[in-house]
Design a protein around this ligand. Structure first.
Ligand code: NAP
Length: 267
């Protein structure tokens, strides 16, 4: 059986470097190249911590990489600004994207869904690859059927670029699908410091904490008369995301639509 040819965009990043090692240790995957906007023309092995990847070329130009190598899958772990461009370019060249980069808008997702339909290939965008986090979202959706009052508190390291996190938005969307809509808090509530009640999503509130020392954590708190229910997930390192990345790569090869959220591919 031919190996799955994988390209990783953002290989020096915290998530990207974990993904490089995941691809390397997975028997039927081959790391064909990486996309790095700063170091085109060299080899990944030139960088500290990657000495075993001496032969893996670095491209800056995605189109050139896709034309020369005809890969199967692009794993994108970059920034919200370039993630969309990378994903579109991959689909245009018939390369299946697995996207962990967060910060995609509804319009972005609609555009990519249309492109998948046109090209008849799969794409998986997952704001959170940690299987525990996906279960946390599913359990929260279940709870949202019985509790209308919910506050989402997401906590991340202070280098994160987008807020609220993709996971928090996705959780709010999943709860909104089943929750009876309600504007929470006192009807006459006033913020004496703007932003103190967090972001408002369909009347639910989302709070973003950014601190050094954190990785990725989320707490979903439900309340009703005389009781609260708290559902919490913690990622303590980036290895926690890799089983989800592998599941997404294996799955994207078999589908021909856009899937947003890992919860749609785990039972
Ligand atoms: P990071 O450490 O800052 O890594 C981002 C990498 O992207 C850096 O190496 C950066 O290179 C590179 N990059 C920036 N622009 C690029 C471009 N035009 N072409 C190629 N590479 C480019 O961030 P991270 O913590 O790994 O997170 C990466 C993304 O994954 C973020 O969107 C984050 O929110 C998301 N994330 C997702 C999950 C999930 O489970 N889905 C989990 C954690 C994080 P330079 O530093 O040299 O600019």
């Amino acid at each position: 059986m031919d190996k799955v040819k994988v390209i990783i965009a953002g290989p020096r990043g915290r998530m990207g470097s974990e993904a490089v090692h995941l691809v390397n240790r997975t028997e039927n995957y081959e790391l064909a190249a990486v996309i790095d906007h700063k170091n085109g023309g060299g080899f990944l092995g030139d960088f500290e911590g990657f000495s075993q990847f001496g032969q893996v070329p670095i491209y800056t130009d995605l189109a050139q990489c896709f034309q020369e190598l005809s890969p199967d899958v692009l794993i994108d772990l970059t920034t919200p600004e370039v993630g969309m461009f990378h994903t579109k370019t991959a689909l245009e060249y018939g390369v299946r994207p697995v996207v962990g980069t967060t910060g995609f808008s509804k319009e972005n997702l609609n555009e990519l869904e249309e492109l998948c339909r046109e090209k008849e290939i799969g794409c998986i965008i997952a704001p959170n690859f940690a299987l525990g986090a996906v279960l946390m979202m599913k359990f929260s959706q279940l709870a949202g059927r019985y509790f209308n009052d919910v506050e989402i508190i997401e906590l991340h390291h202070d280098q994160k670029l987008d807020a609220p996190s993709g996971t928090a938005v996705k959780t709010a969307e999943m709860i909104a699908d089943v929750r009876t809509e309600k504007e929470q808090g006192h009807p006459e509530e006033k913020e004496t410091i703007p932003g103190s009640r967090g972001a408002n999503f369909d009347g639910m509130h989302i709070h973003s904490v950014r601190l050094p020392g954190l990785i990725a954590h989320q707490q979903v708190m439900f309340g009703s008369e005389g009781q609260t229910l708290t559902i919490r997930h913690d990622s303590y390192n980036r290895a926690s995301f890799m089983s989800g990345v592998k599941l997404a790569v294996d799955t994207v090869l078999k589908i021909d639509t856009l899937v947003y959220g890992l919860e749609n591919i785990i039972d």
